[in-house]
Design a protein around this ligand. Structure first.
Ligand SMILES: [Zn+2]
Length: 195
C-alpha cells in the first residue's frame, strides 16, 4: 500500500514537473518544487522542450517587481494567486499553476505582451513567502500592488494611477495596455481548484 501511494505521489510530481516545464519553468523551480532527481528532471526537460535546460543562477531581485510595467503584471498575477489560495483554498502549487494560466489568458485576451515569465512568477511567490514583498493598496483605485515589504503605504498610489512622467508613443501605448490589466475587481471563475 505504501509502495502504491508513493507511486501515485511520484506520478503527480512528474505531472507537475511537465506542466511547469511546458509553462516555461527553469530547472531551479523544478528542483525546489518536486522530489524528483536532478537527472530525471533534466531528462523530462529535454523530452518536453527538446533542449537542455539553461544553466546558471536565477538572476532576479525584488527590485524588478517594483519597476513600472513588471509591477502591473506581477500585481495582476499575485492577486489571482492569492485569491485562489485564500478564497478558494487551493493547494499552493496548484494555485500557482492555475494562477499562471489565468494570468496568461488575461494577457492574451487584452492582447498585451506577457511580461511575467513563469520562473519570475515563481520567484515572486517565494519573495512573498520570505516576507520580502507586500501588497499595498492604491489609495486612488483600490487595486492591490506588489511593493517592498515594510514600505509605508498609507498614501500609496499605484503606477497606473500615477504613471512615470516619461512620455512617448510606446510608453503611452504601454500605459493603456497596463491600465487594462489593473488588478482591481478581479472576477475569477469559481472553484478552479476543485479536483
Ligand atoms: Zn491605482
Amino acid at each position: 500500500m505504501t509502495q502504491q501511494k508513493s507511486l501515485v505521489t511520484e506520478m503527480q510530481q512528474v505531472q507537475l514537473a511537465i506542466e511547469l516545464i511546458e509553462l516555461g519553468a527553469r530547472l531551479q523551480v523544478l528542483e525546489t518544487e518536486t522530489d524528483l532527481s536532478r537527472a530525471r528532471l533534466i531528462r523530462l526537460f529535454k523530452e518536453v522542450r527538446g533542449m537542455s535546460p539553461p544553466k546558471g543562477m536565477l538572476p532576479f531581485s525584488t527590485d524588478w517587481f517594483i519597476t513600472w510595467l513588471p509591477n502591473v503584471h506581477a500585481s495582476l498575477f499575485y492577486n489571482i494567486f492569492r485569491s485562489l489560495r485564500e478564497d478558494q483554498q487551493c493547494e499552493r502549487m496548484q494555485a500557482f499553476v492555475t494562477a499562471y494560466r489565468l494570468y496568461s489568458e488575461q494577457v492574451s485576451i487584452d492582447q498585451v505582451e506577457p511580461v511575467l515569465g513563469l520562473t519570475r512568477a515563481w520567484t515572486l511567490v517565494r519573495f512573498f513567502e520570505s516576507d520580502l514583498l507586500q501588497q499595498s493598496t492604491c489609495t486612488q483605485c483600490s487595486g492591490h500592488f506588489v511593493a517592498h515589504a515594510h514600505s509605508p503605504d498609507h498614501d500609496y498610489v499605484c503606477g497606473i494611477c500615477m504613471p512615470p512622467s516619461r512620455a512617448g508613443k510606446t510608453r503611452k501605448r504601454r500605459e493603456r495596455e497596463a491600465a487594462q490589466l489593473a488588478p482591481v475587481d478581479l472576477e475569477l471563475p469559481a472553484a478552479r481548484c476543485a479536483g
